[in-house]
Design a protein around this ligand. Structure first.
Ligand code: SF4
Length: 315
């Protein structure tokens, strides 16, 4: 599929970490792009590199500063993993293979292959959501997940373009992102349509075959906002909670017993949250007082920050 590489060379997006495929830049971009769209990542990436331009500066930064820079990207475990990995890299040096990359916190099979094939030229295949969809359509794969994932990895390994694995992997992912899109794929512009079974069948959008989704669970939670003398009470979410390490207003399960000031809706994994905001005049013993005019620098999840905007507007 030489056409794919030629198409990639002519059409790929110009992204900072492609212009500068330095291990630090590629690693941070891969971590930020997990479960987040590139357009959202770009301003975060630029802000991050301006503040933490090297792995040494990242290792020396506090976890609070790292979480504050990450704020709004969601899936905060990624930020904690990056910080832990930076300390390992600063002490031991950069990994020299995909296997070594995969030993670092937060770096899985996909990320280690993406980083090693791009920065080291190591011939390792990868599968992300884009490659999985391209594979499903090219082969008209009748399987849904998890069999689809397994077959996609085997296909990617068998079809890896050994002389230029980094460019090949990027090309497959870019094809999925720009042409073989989830909805309305641009088959007429596709460089590999001559090899595509789904296209030949006239059923491109029927692949990948849908797999059963986990049931969505609705949850009511109450946010207790305690304000006093220009300060507000916050608690730090413990290990094992959705927002580990981040600061929130005290959260109780269930709907409030008093009239709520407002409600913020949010989705976390397969949970649909309704966060009801209540103004209260007491807070738990483990709460800490934060200056209201310094809340912008505190690492808070986006839904909690939205709740705070409602308090400022209507409280
Ligand atoms: Fe995807 Fe269409 Fe190209 Fe097939 S021809 S790989 S369905 S964009």
């Amino acid at each position: 599929m030489k056409q794919l590489l030629a198409w990639y060379d002519a059409n790929h997006r110009s992204l900072p970490w492609r212009l500068n495929p330095d291990p630090y830049w590629v690693w941070i971009s891969e971590m930020m792009c997990q479960q987040t769209q590139i357009a959202t990542v770009l301003p975060y990436f630029e802000r991050w590199m301006a503040r933490l331009p090297s792995v040494e500066s990242l290792a020396a930064a506090s976890i609070d500063e790292v979480l504050a820079l990450w704020q709004g990207l969601g899936y905060y475990r990624r930020a904690r993993s990056i910080h832990a990995a930076a300390n390992l890299i600063a002490a031991q040096g950069w990994p020299s293979s995909a296997k070594e990359w995969a030993l670092l916190p937060g770096v899985g099979r996909y990320s280690s292959a993406a980083i090693a094939s791009t920065t080291l030229g190591e011939p390792v295949a990868l599968v992300d959501g884009n490659v999985e969809r391209v594979f499903a359509r090219l082969t008209a794969c009748p399987e849904g997940k998890p069999a689809l994932q397994r077959l996609a990895w085997t296909w990617a390994e068998e079809n890896l373009h050994q002389p230029d694995p980094g460019r090949w992997n990027q090309a497959l992912m870019e094809l999925g992102a720009l042409v073989c899109r989830p909805k309305t794929p641009l088959c007429d512009e596709c460089p590999v349509r001559a090899h595509c079974r789904a296209y030949a069948l006239g059923t491109s959008e029927a692949f990948p075959v849908a797999s059963a989704k986990p049931e969505t669970i609705s949850l009511d939670l109450t946010l207790s906002v305690h304000r006093l003398n220009g300060k507000v009470a916050l608690v730090q979410q413990p290990e094992g909670e959705w927002w580990t390490g981040l600061w929130t207003f005290p959260i109780q399960k269930g709907s409030p017993t008093q009239k709520a000031l407002g409600t913020v809706r949010a989705q976390v994994t397969h949970h649909k949250l309704s966060l009801h905001i209540c103004l209260v005049d007491e807070s738990p013993s483990d709460a800490r007082w934060a200056e209201e005019n310094e809340l912008h620098a505190v690492a808070m999840p986006a839904p909690i920050r939205r709740a705070w905007s409602i308090v400022l507007r209507d409280g």
